[in-house]
Design a protein around this ligand. Structure first.
Ligand SMILES: [Zn+2]
Length: 132
């Protein structure tokens, strides 16, 4: 499912997954008003500014710099029940992934030992792979 002018493929890009995730932190009380029929909203930003949001456009800095859906657009889409569904936890897939972690860590260790990535980056990757 998509909404507005956006091709559905945009929502699975890493930066957009981050924005979708961040949009869930926008509190309902920060939605100043929403027009369900017109599919528009006014959303209070953390800087105290009120953004004018449609499914295609937002007046925030992020939208104006990257011209793709921002967290406000995703929040509006979620309120209108138009947000693409996020993956649900799959215990079997999680177990398969868990078993692959030592091999993944070894792969990045080889990159570290070859000088391709820094110790900091290697440690961050290991910590991320071992996190819940
Ligand atoms: Zn925005």
């Amino acid at each position: 499912m998509s909404f507005g002018i956006w091709d559905v493929s945009i929502h699975s890009k890493i930066d957009q997954i981050k924005r979708i995730n961040t949009s869930k932190q926008i509190k309902s009380k920060n939605i100043v008003n929403i027009d369900v029929q017109g599919q528009t909203a006014r959303i209070l930003g953390s800087s105290g500014e009120i953004y004018e949001v449609t499914l295609d456009h937002c007046t925030c800095f992020d939208f104006n710099s990257q011209r793709g859906p921002c967290k406000h657009i995703y929040k509006l889409a979620a309120e209108l029940d138009l947000l693409p569904p996020t993956p649900t936890f799959n215990a079997e897939k999680a177990e398969t992934f868990k078993q692959s972690i030592p091999a993944e860590i070894d792969r990045f260790k080889q990159q570290y030992l070859a000088g391709a990535i820094s110790a900091d980056k290697f440690i961050k990757i290991v910590n991320a792979l071992n996190s819940k």
